[in-house]
Design a protein around this ligand. Sequence first.
Ligand SMILES: Nc1ncnc2c1ncn2[C@@H]1O[C@H](COP(=O)(O)OP(=O)(O)O)[C@@H](O)[C@H]1O
Ligand SMILES: [Mg+2]
Length: 254
Amino acid sequence: MSFISVKNVWQQYGDQVVLEGLNLSIAEGEFCTLVGASGCGKSTFLRLLLGQEVASKGTIQLDGQPLAKEPDSTRGVVFQRYSVFPHLSVLDNVALGLELPRSGLLGRLFGAAKRDARDQAATLLHKVGLDHALDKYPTQLSGGMQQRLAIAQALIMKPRVLLLDEPFGALDPGIRKDMHALLLELWRETKLTVFMVTHDLSEGFNLGTRLLVFDKVRIDPHAPGAYGARITYDIPLNSDRRAARVALDSLKTA
Ligand SMILES: Nc1ncnc2c1ncn2[C@@H]1O[C@H](COP(=O)(O)OP(=O)(O)O)[C@@H](O)[C@H]1O
Ligand SMILES: [Mg+2]
């Protein structure tokens, strides 16, 4: 049985069909990279996987069960920008995920439970290379550090699926390389299933175990909204080649 199964999924807003007839079967631990022209529905597909929207037609199942109607802790998400809370410190941004669901009406956690949440957050922040910045605020961080924080925030709830929407698109190429190495390390360690949208084809080829290409194949000039994008290529990527490329890249930047 596949871990995530997408069956004949369509998404439509009013008259505009955005996605049509998507079918996918994803094994646990796969790292899918998603590419396609701007506006073809990649972010829409991630919102469907997150459970933020329900598909107009078709079904998405996780572990044989229909997706929960709302985003929950099985799925974490990182956007290109603004994933973190600007008014919270780095440590609080990450600890918050652990504190909120348990604290209920009482507000924040106290005592040992609170210390435990903060310890877990600090450990994860150490792993993403932010242990020197626990008390800083997001505006005091560089773009790359903010994305490290956003990744830690998404991972603290130990999701099984990580959704990344052009997470490194706003970063300089050198910083992006560091982020690739970090992401691969976290992926190997956690055995997460990853979906990552990128506009950088080489990023898509280098990072993923599987490249999904979204494209609109049918176009009616008289009815621009009539057809949506499909997955036109679904390319397995050789892991040895990926490892080789990452190794080469790190040599180049060393
Ligand atoms: N909530 C919405 N309501 C109406 N149209 C939407 C909504 N979300 C996305 N769209 C439209 O769906 C299309 C695909 O958008 P999007 O998924 O953001 O594409 P991509 O991420 O590939 O650039 C766009 O034409 C966009 O305007
Ligand atoms: Mg998008």
